[in-house]
Design a protein around this ligand. Structure first.
Ligand code: COA
Length: 330
């Protein structure tokens, strides 16, 4: 699916929540046969955050959502829609989004989860944009939250080095700013399902299984292709975008895309060195950091690109239409 439209929908605020516990590469290398040097060279990851045993997707998601909501200046009752992108929810049901809506006081919102693995945040933003654009909703709270470390075999060096836990959230609003071109591209290729999966009720084990090489090739390809497609649909070139916020899977995948696309590296947000791959949380966590230090400013364009299990991918290009961290216009 691909499309672009003139719209007043924009991002008005962002929040993030990370578990306290830091797990370094060195700590992992005490359990499995790997090393800090190998992990840094192949992935760019130095450390990650790991949720406590009693800390789940809805807990992190609610913290991120509350921060985004506070920063939006809106009341909880103003939110019409709460979507939580996750593939590691606490429960099959109720959806994590319902728990999050309850905890942050969004009692007049519809709430549901959306499962598209590491592309989930892009998919959820695309959903929310459609509902805002159609007039069904005025304000949407979109959360990306995952605790994939709970479904990773701590003895599998192919996966345990790559993932961390965390959540991020944005508030999107219709009429948030002047009309701009908003673009979305979503894709799914089920023929690659075997390269990255976690079973639920199907028999055969509870841990993530991954073919790292195949997923690497897929990620490197779709990150470039999807950014090209969505910017073209908006009548832009990749270098015209103010901020590219890629899924934080592997530094080499991002570096490859930067080179191929000819974009300025400092326009591409990266924080995987500290948080690793937080799945649906990774894009809003990176965006939050860049907003908090004043980089992302009102009127600038933000291109979020996610990819992962499914295999799936998704890009959303929309404006930052909110205030800066000091509360005033950015
Ligand atoms: N530490 C040390 N050695 C490791 C290792 C680790 N953690 N993991 C694999 N190796 C070894 C392999 O066994 C292999 O050894 P061999 O040559 O003796 O067979 C060697 O390193 C190279 O393995 P390979 O799988 O080709 O490494 P790679 O350069 O592809 O890096 C990943 C492995 C997992 C880091 C990389 O494939 C990757 O990041 N893939 C994308 C994964 C991803 O992002 N998933 C989520 C997407 S949402």
């Amino acid at each position: 699916m691909i499309g672009a439209l003139r719209s007043t929908v924009g991002v008005v605020s962002v929040g993030a929540a990370l578990p306290e516990r830091v797990v370094s590469n060195e700590e992992i290398s005490r359990r499995v046969d790997t090393s800090d040097a190998w992990i840094v060279e192949r992935t760019g990851i130095h450390e990650r955050r790991v949720a406590a045993d009693d800390e789940f997707v809805a807990d992190l998601g609610a913290r991120a959502a509350e921060q985004a909501l506070d920063r939006s200046g809106l009341a909880p009752a103003d939110i019409d829609l709460v979507v939580c992108a996750t593939t590691s929810p606490d429960n099959f049901f109720p959806a994590a989004a319902v728990t999050i809506a309850e905890r942050v006081g969004c009692h007049s919102a519809g709430a549901y989860d959306l499962a598209a693995a590491c592309s989930g945040f892009s998919y959820a933003v695309a959903q929310a944009v459609s509902q805002l654009q159609s007039g069904l909703a005025q304000h949407a709270l979109v959360v990306g939250s995952d605790t994939l470390t709970k479904v990773i075999d701590p003895d599998d060096r192919g996966t345990c080095i790559l993932f961390g836990d965390g959540a991020g959230a944005v508030v999107l609003a219709a009429g948030a700013g002047p009309e701009t071109t908003v673009g979305v591209e979503l894709g799914a290729d089920g023929s690659g399902a075997e390269h990255l999966f976690v079973r639920a009720l199907a028999p055969g084990g509870k841990f993530m299984e991954m073919n790292g090489r195949e997923v690497f090739k897929f990620g490197a390809r779709v990150m470039v292709d999807s950014i090209e497609r969505v910017t073209r649909a908006c009548g832009l070139a990749p270098a015209d975008v103010d901020w590219i916020v890629p899924h934080q899977a592997n530094r080499r995948i991002i570096d490859h895309a930067v080179k191929k696309l000819g974009v300025e590296p400092d326009r591409v947000l990266m924080n995987l060195d500290r948080y690793a791959n937080t799945s649906a949380g990774s894009i809003p966590i990176a965006l939050e950091e860049a907003w908090a230090d004043g980089r992302v400013q009102r009127g600038q364009s933000v291109l979020m690109i996610g990819f992962g299990g499914g295999l799936t991918w998704g890009s959303c290009l929309l404006p930052w239409a909110g205030n800066g961290p000091d509360g005033g216009p950015a």
